[in-house]
Design a binder for this molecule. Structure first.
Ligand SMILES: [Zn+2]
Ligand SMILES: [Zn+2]
Length: 104
């Protein structure tokens, strides 16, 4: 998945990390500079992404809390990447793609 980063014009210092989902949605996560927490978005098809500090750990704990709800998705493939923030730092991104995504 390819992530695009913009700075939210009404919130300087906050990045918006989004992608074009295969289902047609454009999920985006807000990530504030110097925040210790990742922002996240959960698409209707089951894809999830976290952007910001500790993105992978927060994604893992989010998914483990949803194991029952997400049973029909057939499990997830979790990946990690990083994007460049508008202010130059790297923002870690972790995302999960279900083996059997829901229909949009
Ligand atoms: Zn989707
Ligand atoms: Zn969708």
């Amino acid at each position: 998945m390819e992530f695009l980063v913009t700075e939210i014009s009404s919130k300087p210092g906050t990045a918006y990390v989004r992608y074009d989902c295969e289902c047609g949605c454009k999920p985006g996560a807000e990530c504030a500079r110097d925040s210790g927490e990742a922002g996240s978005d959960h698409c209707c098809c089951g894809r999830v992404h976290f952007a910001g500090a500790d993105a992978r750990a927060q994604l893992d704990s989010y998914l483990s809390g949803r194991a029952e709800d997400d049973a029909e998705l057939g499990g997830y493939v979790v990946s990690e990447t990083a994007v460049q923030a508008p202010w130059g730092d790297e923002i870690p991104v972790a995302y999960a793609v279900p083996n059997k995504p829901r229909a949009h």
